[in-house]
Ligand binder design. Structure first.
Ligand code: FER
Length: 306
């Protein structure tokens, strides 16, 4: 039985229930059992839940030897949130010149990752190198933070704990009060919202929704890939759709149709559509893995800062 075959009033109340079931898990509720249940949620695809973009060409993250390469730097900054010196990676694009000023993308990792997740198995730097070298993406600086804002920010053996989830929420103040100012003191990045983007995968996708949609004065370009249950309810993040509509340049949302977490992104898409907030909603054929994250970075990066 599909919702659309039901009498309309019942269908609406069931659709409401589905949306309610997809609202956030507070950090305090995080546990391995809860995560297993979230990943095992039944996947119900609606007519809108389809691909917007084809898979990238097969070689999109294996570079020919003659491709102009960017550079990855390790960066450190002091944080009053963690009371430690924290690490991030910074990508400088092919053809980088310290005399120019660049737009900047902050790209956030998942619950079991750190500042190396995107450049590790997802190969974000290779994806960006080939897009920028081919002039399919605007040259940009990309910051890969460690989004687990606590003194011990290493990858925990069991990431599904309230403490680890709370550290992802605590990253909001670390990002705005410490990391962004430190990047702006040390790299030639442009500092207005129209030249700043925020994106992330899974927990980093939830952080992106939570911090980005509530700080449109800081980020005009937002991308959430396979967002996790830390995503706050859409009505809390977009209480004033007209303002969100006016300030956003791009809101890119993606998820694989084999990912049990898809209902968090579906609920966001449904809310945004109901409230006429333009966004891209790309549902591909992947699960919760690097295939969908690489592919969606490839599509998102080409649309940034244009
Ligand atoms: C959960 C399931 C998945 C959860 C977080 C995740 C906070 C995050 C997954 C990831 O980042 O890959 O229940 O609770």
């Amino acid at each position: 039985m599909t919702l659309r075959s039901l009498p309309i009033a019942l269908a609406i109340s069931l659709a409401g229930l589905t949306a309610t079931a997809a609202t956030q898990d507070p950090a305090a509720d995080t546990s391995p059992d809860r995560a297993r249940a979230n990943f095992a949620r039944p996947i119900e695809l609606a007519p809108d839940d389809v691909r917007l973009f084809a898979e990238p060409p097969a070689e999109y993250r294996t570079l020919p030897g003659d491709t102009l390469r960017g550079e990855l730097h390790s960066f450190e900054y002091d944080s009053a949130v963690t009371r430690t010196r924290r690490k991030a990676q910074v990508y400088l694009p092919p053809g980088y010149s310290a005399e120019q000023r660049y737009p900047v993308l902050y790209l956030l990792h998942g619950i079991g990752g750190n500042e190396h997740e995107w450049t590790g198995y997802v190969k974000a730097d290779a994806i960006l190198d080939s897009l920028i070298a081919a002039k399919k993406a605007v040259p940009m600086i990309v910051v890969f933070p460690n989004g687990r804002a606590r003194a011990d920010d290493g990858v925990p053996e069991n990431p599904f704990t309230p403490e680890n989830a709370a550290a992802f929420a605590a990253f909001e103040r670390d990002l705005f009060d410490h990391l962004i100012p430190a990047i702006e003191r040390n790299f030639p990045v442009r500092s207005d919202a129209t030249h700043r983007a925020l994106a992330g995968l899974s927990m980093g996708g939830g952080q992106t929704f939570n911090f980005g949609l509530t700080h449109l004065d800081s980020f005009s370009w937002i991308g959430a890939f396979s967002a996790a249950p830390n995503t706050r309810p859409p009505a809390e993040l977009v209480p004033n759709p007209a303002e969100t509509r006016a300030r956003l340049k791009l809101l890119y949302i993606s998820c694989g149709n084999k990912d049990g977490l898809i209902n968090f992104s579906q609920a966001m898409h449904v809310y945004l559509k109901q409230h006429d907030v333009p966004h891209l909603w790309n549902v591909d054929d992947h699960g919760h893995n690097g295939e969908t994250w690489g592919s969606n970075l490839y599509h998102f990066a080409q649309r940034l800062f244009r």
